[in-house]
Design a protein around this ligand. Sequence first.
Ligand SMILES: [Zn+2]
Length: 436
Amino acid sequence: MSAPLPLPQAPQPYILHDIAVPQALLRDLPGIAMTGGMEGGLVRTSLGVAAGRICAPDEIAEALQVPAGGWTALPRLVEPHVHLDKSDTIAETGAGDGTLMGAIGTMGAAMRDWDDAHYAARMSRAVKEALTAGVGAMRTHIDCMDLPEEQPGWRAISEVAETFAGRMQITPVALAALDRTRAENFDTRCAQVARAGGVLGAFIGPDGADPDLLDAFLAGAERHGLDVDFHVDEHLRAVPSATVALAEAVLRTGFAGRVLAGHTCRLGLMSADELDRAVDVIARSGIAVASLPRTNLYLQDRQAGRTPTRRGMAPIHELAARGVPVVFGTDNVRDAFFPFGGYDLLNLFADAAYSLHLDDDLGGWLRAVTDVAADMLGLGGAGSVRAGAAADLVLLPARNWSGILTTRPEDRTILIGGRESAQSTLRDLPRKEAAS
Ligand SMILES: [Zn+2]
């Protein structure tokens, strides 16, 4: 492993000299293209850091020179889809049967016993783990079968978001089945989500979505100025796509908020013609798609004693080719939906890189966990390396993609506002609960 970068301990201007940055993430600053076998899409540049912000090196008169050859800088990563309320519970619940519906049953029964403190402790551990890996913002779904403010998980995430404010931007999504839109208190649900600065979420099962219900859901969100986030088409049945129904509802209603459609596994089963028509509607609606490769590989096409062949992956190349924003999320961590994994989003991106064949443009696809994800989460301007932005960076002791995608969190240097101090204080915190 490389020696640590000699960063200044006191707040003073410095220049990260000769550092690599993905071209797709570098804005308003010059770079020289790198050309080695695993360096495609990377450029060499030098980044000034002054008053907590990135600037051109020639804007700083007297700066400490930090030689950073051998290192790569990324913006802090943006996690668009996790479930912190379920995090780290596999030892307690036991594994389900490895299917989505099995996991929903296992988790639903266990969640009834957990209080605010149980949720908050696990959520805090998860956030620290993400912080040390270089994540700077997370959107987390929180199950809210009843009104959010009556849910221990919703109360706990508010408390945890406050604790980590300034280090991690946390946005909660109130998740419930779409048919909760019919409940008398649906408008109160929307008001409570708005009060928490949250997002209105819905789960749409394989039976699809009633268009009137989708319209009512979007109307409620619109009244309260909310963005919306769906679990949709998370199955491999040859039934009408609810993602297409959602896109049609957005076009029909002219919904003004941001719409994120998570999973969309069912789209991957379509014939080329059918997919072409589906992607056309999705692209025109302006909705974005969250691909969640780990849980889909784990939960989809499972049958005891048979090797899975239908891998449940959203057709991200076809969607992106038509301009649909695509983001990658970690989804579940060490719970009945996915008993493995962690909150290192760069490691999740590495899994996406091979399972979804992103090799041709790793730098471009990295936008799915940086600036495209930031735009989708309403954090416009975050997730890129540009002059004037906060110096919120992940520095990796690697200079090509095979190195970048295999660094361990403990080898990375995290800068928040240009200072390393936050990472060094976080490094000693417990990163995960020991499996019992
Ligand atoms: Zn999810």
